[in-house]
Ligand binder design. Structure first.
Ligand SMILES: [Zn+2]
Length: 213
């Protein structure tokens, strides 16, 4: 928790209880889509088609409604991260940016947390390891918006992954090769999206409320 020392007010009520307040949290979820995607379908059970990153967009929306956290829906993530660049420039230095995006590495847990910049995820593991797969260190670090917010602009940042199926799972030599995130006929259950939203809501509440230490 002390990783946030620059941005947090550490208020000692007595010798036992520390109150930690994160000054500002925002969510960033990219939405860019391009040809050949003509539409993305949702029925009462699943989101179907190019689910990266409508899955993340829906999690961002739901979490924001429950917590009041502002969301930036960013364009051009798949190109040069122009949207994240533009947002990053506008943010105060004391902002924690949660990049909500699709993942295939949640290992059967409800969500994934990785590419953490500027703080230690250790204190979170105690409360969230049953629901979140924590990936230590950097993973494909130049492939998502955390490289902009955390790497380039030095903001406290992490990647919150919403699990989507890997369409190439079980296929030994998939062709065309991976890039599976952009598979246009993928499918993710709305239940998985809802449950990931619940976990992100709890995470934000964790950052916002008194820490039991
Ligand atoms: Zn994505």
């Amino acid at each position: 928790m002390f990783g946030f020392h620059l941005e947090l007010r550490l208020k000692l009520n007595n010798n036992k209880c520390a109150t930690i307040v994160v000054v500002r949290i925002v969510i960033s979820a990219h939405f860019d889509i391009a040809r050949p995607v003509m539409s993305i379908k949702m029925d009462n059970e699943n989101l179907m088609g190019l689910v990266d990153n409508f899955a993340g967009v829906f999690v961002a929306y739901q979490t924001s409604r429950k917590t009041g956290t502002p969301v930036y829906f960013t364009n051009y993530e798949e190109l040069e991260f122009d949207g994240a660049e533009d947002v990053a420039k506008s943010l105060d230095r004391d902002t924690l940016v949660i990049v909500v995006d699709a993942t295939m590495d949640a290992e059967n847990k409800t969500a994934y947390l990785g590419n953490a910049y500027g703080f230690s995820t250790e204190p979170l593991k105690k409360d969230f390891s049953d629901k979140i797969t924590f990936k230590d260190g950097m993973f494909e670090e130049t492939e998502d918006e955390t490289i902009i917010y955390g790497g380039k602009y030095g903001l406290k940042t992490f990647y919150f992954g919403v699990p989507i199926p890997d369409p190439n799972a079980g296929i030994e030599n998939p062709f065309p090769k991976p890039g599976a995130y952009h598979t246009t006929d993928n499918k993710v259950s709305l239940d998985a999206i809802d449950k990931a939203s619940d976990v992100l809501t709890e995470l934000i509440q964790w950052f916002s409320k008194n820490n039991k230490s």
